[in-house]
Design a protein around this ligand. Structure first.
Ligand code: GLN
Length: 341
């Protein structure tokens, strides 16, 4: 598999395009519409990447599916492409469950019990070099995500699951339900996650029965969403935890910014550094092809396209997000020199 370099694929020079800087608002709705349409047309013909098949049912996804949705903190939205297609939320659920857990137990306790670093190893660790991919410990990779799921409030598996389903639904602003076909397929093939859960249990880093925690996590990953749902969920994180469509406060402001901090360092797995370098906003990808990006105080961008790069991130999604982050002024690190009188 060729490693895709976003830089090679995006020859435009952002210094030459008058990129909006990171302060202020999203561009006007007609400008957003034009830019999102342009990004869609530009990358829809891209055929790089492979649809995930380690969860058998995911292999049924069409490689040509491609949808983009932008939701501003004002609640205004624009979307294009396969926006009615429902897919399983997968790892995009992780920051939202982490947010719910932080809100329930406090972000300081969540940090202590889950960890919030990229590698979890000291600066001079040889182990970090050897084991970086598998031993990261934060709530956005499987081990930490299952530990976060195990911390969801509730005495029983049913109570914990309902708390997660309800919480993710409040982020989305509509009732979400499990895609049973994905749940059954993933449950039959998730031995690795079961192993991780038992290993965590042995280290005292899982906070509920390992088999039940794995099951709740698998349901959580199987929730069906559209690209618009993902954008609304992400827009809630861009809006201090208040869903811009329903007006409901789903999580507190303090939780919100800490969740975004972890997304910035770990949302795109081992390519999180490349993502931050190129795109400059907190993001989270999932193996069914979704990516959310959050621009604090402005809004969100969600993309859906199943073909993935070797790290498990949607190829078209990354390209379209990079293109739009420049044009919509999402990059948090972007500045322009102040005028001197
Ligand atoms: N449910 C998937 C798993 O645990 C989620 C992975 C992903 O989206 N990257 O493998």
């Amino acid at each position: 598999m060729t490693k895709l370099s976003m830089h090679e694929q995006l020859p435009f020079d952002e210094d030459a395009t008058a990129s909006p800087v990171s302060t202020g608002d999203l561009p006007r709705p007609d400008e957003v519409r034009a830019m999102v349409t342009e990004a869609y047309e530009r990358y829809r013909a891209n055929v790089d990447g492979h649809v995930a098949d380690y969860i058998p049912v995911l292999a049924k996804a069409s490689p040509s599916w491609f949808g983009i949705s932008v939701v501003g903190v004002s609640g205004k939205s624009f979307e294009i492409g396969d926006v009615a297609t429902t897919f399983s939320i997968q790892s995009v659920s992780k920051p939202f469950v982490f947010a719910l857990v932080c809100d329930a137990i406090g972000y300081e306790e969540a940090r202590q019990r889950l960890g919030v670093n990229s590698t979890g190893f000291p600066f001079d660790s040889l182990m970090a070099v050897e084991l970086n991919v598998d031993r990261t410990m934060n709530p956005l990779v499987n081990a930490g995500a299952m530990a976060a799921t195990s911390l969801a409030p509730g005495a029983t598996a049913a109570e914990k699951w309902e708390r997660i389903r309800d919480g993710l639904s409040r982020f989305a602003g509509r009732e979400l339900s499990v895609d049973e076909e994905v749940y059954v397929s993933e449950s039959a093939t998730n031995l690795r996650n079961q192993g991780i859960a038992h290993l965590l249990e042995s280290y005292g880093r899982l906070y509920f029965d390992p088999d039940q925690a794995t099951d709740i996590y698998t349901r959580q990953c199987s929730l069906g969403v559209t690209v618009h749902d993902l954008a609304v969920m992400a827009a809630t994180l861009a809006n201090g935890g208040v869903n811009p469509l329903t007006g409901e406060e789903v999580v507190g402001r303090g939780v919100c910014r800490r969740v975004l901090a972890v997304m910035a360092t770990a949302g795109l797995y081992e390519l999180s550094g490349d993502w931050l370098y190129e795109i400059g906003v907190p993001g989270k990808s999932g193996v069914s092809g979704g990516i959310v990006t959050v621009s604090p105080g402005k809004g969100s961008l969600a993309t859906f396209s199943p073909p993935l790069d070797p790290a498990g991130n949607s190829v078209r999604g990354q390209l379209a997000t990079k293109y739009l982050a420049e044009r919509l002024g999402l990059n948090l690190f972007s500045s322009a020199a102040a005028s001197r009188d």
